[in-house]
Design a protein around this ligand. Structure first.
Ligand code: DQA
Length: 140
């Protein structure tokens, strides 16, 4: 199975960014643990702070042989019609994830532009959301 994880803006700062909300682990360590746990899953990873780069990567992967995409679009979740349009256009299913429970935070984070076009959403379980998203593809 081939799964790609895409993280959006500021998620490169995991581990140092607002640890009370996002935890103390860097994404590199989360990724290392996932690759160790799921030796039979080919997990590729991409992070960008730029909306267009995220769209380019979604388009590249979205017509290829990946079985699924796990997307944490960061703040673009709440603003990006362009990312939503891209998810609707590609073939590969996308699971939306958020480390924090966005519904327990500021109102501006309660709305997602992308949920409507995603296969499912996993929110608020810390960095474990990435593992849960992998499980969702494995249990298909
Ligand atoms: C986030 C939640 C977003 O509201 C925020 O802008 C992020 C991270 C999360 O994983 O909890 O950058 O997507």
């Amino acid at each position: 199975m081939n799964i790609t994880i895409i993280n959006g803006p500021n998620l490169n700062l995991l581990g140092t960014r607002e640890p009370g909300i996002y935890g103390n682990s860097s994404f590199e360590s989360v990724l290392q643990q996932l690759r160790k746990k799921y030796g039979n899953v080919n997990i590729t990873y991409f992070q960008s702070n730029h909306e267009g780069d995220i769209i380019d990567r979604l388009q590249e992967i979205g017509f290829g042989d990946a079985d699924g995409i796990i997307l944490n679009a960061g703040a673009y979740t709440h603003t990006s019609l362009a990312i939503a349009d891209c998810i609707a256009a590609i073939k590969t299913p996308v699971v939306e994830v958020h480390i924090s429970n966005v519904h327990a935070r500021e109102e501006i984070r309660h709305h997602s532009m992308i949920s409507r076009v995603c296969k499912g959403i996993i929110i608020g379980f810390g960095t474990d959301v990435y593992r849960l998203a992998i499980e969702s593809f494995l249990s298909e």
